[in-house]
Unconditional design. Structure first.
Length: 276
């Protein structure tokens, strides 16, 4: 009797050795009693299509996609979810019957971390997002669907922020501005969608941006508090969060897409927090 092959999953990127995805998905598999393997795979530039084809032919069932291959994944997908199409990005590929299904789970990951793990209500809140890159584009739709009073995108290049505001205007009250235009404004929730704080930089933000019971959220995470988190503390933000929960929650959404079962995330977040 031939032994049944175990379903294979992986995350692809370049570089990739730093990825926490194998640890996260291995924990999910244990928690949900799923038989699978999950590895981190370094793919050379220009080789994504060849790798995906080879992986699918060797019992590969799904892939997470990180920098710099999200656009490659978007173009490679033979089918796109509605949210991936609107976000213009893909971080989750499902491989089935010679078809490649593309989805994005970043927005759901951020939303679940904010609302479920940290009990933050977005309805009727004022939200500021810093940055206008791909990371921000991927989270706008789920945030707007929570019906905030307003969502403002601030960016050095205002035209980039304005393009995003235009693209997602049908989902809610969204606008764009430069950092200097934030003077005199206040927000309930400020989300840093730039990677600048990891390199010790901070956008030129004015003081007094936070309301009384405000929340600061950095989509990045590191062992130490990021520059944005440190600044938020100095500015009197009541709740200050990093993006580790978002990482685990977006992985949980990918796992659900692939396996049809939603893993518990709290213990995995805690495990990563203590081990990182």
């Amino acid at each position: 009797m031939t032994q049944k092959k175990i379903d294979r999953y992986a995350v692809i990127g370049n570089p990739i050795a730093h990825s926490k995805s194998p640890l996260i998905h291995t924990e999910f598999a244990k928690l949900t009693d799923q038989a699978l393997t999950y590895t981190a795979e370094l793919v050379e530039l220009g080789q994504v299509k060849n790798f995906v084809s080879s992986f699918a032919n060797n019992n590969g069932k799904g892939l997470n996609v990180t920098v710099p291959f999200k656009l490659d994944a978007f173009e490679l997908a033979t089918h796109l979810s509605d949210r991936a199409q609107r976000a213009g990005a893909v971080n989750t590929l499902t491989l089935k019957d010679n078809e490649v299904f593309g989805d994005t789970t970043d927005g759901t990951g951020l939303l679940n971390d904010l609302t479920k793990n940290h009990q933050q209500t977005l309805k009727d809140k004022t939200i500021l997002i810093l940055g206008a890159g791909g990371a921000v584009r991927g989270v706008l739709e789920p945030l707007l669907l929570e019906s905030p009073t307003s969502l403002v995108i601030a960016n050095r290049t205002v035209s980039k922020a304005q393009q995003l505001a235009d693209d997602f205007s049908s989902f809610g009250n969204i606008s764009a501005c430069g950092f200097e235009d934030l003077n005199g404004q206040q927000f309930d929730i400020i989300i840093n969608g730039t990677s600048a704080s990891l390199s010790g930089d901070l956008p030129p933000l004015p003081d007094h941006l936070f309301t009384k019971h405000s929340c600061a959220y950095d989509m990045m995470y590191a062992k130490e508090a990021t520059v944005f988190m440190q600044w938020s503390k100095q500015q009197g933000a009541e709740i200050i969060l990093d993006g580790l929960g978002m990482l685990v929650e977006q992985a949980a959404e990918s796992f659900y897409i692939w396996r049809g079962v939603r893993p518990e995330t709290k213990s995995v977040i805690e495990k990563l927090r203590t081990e990182s």
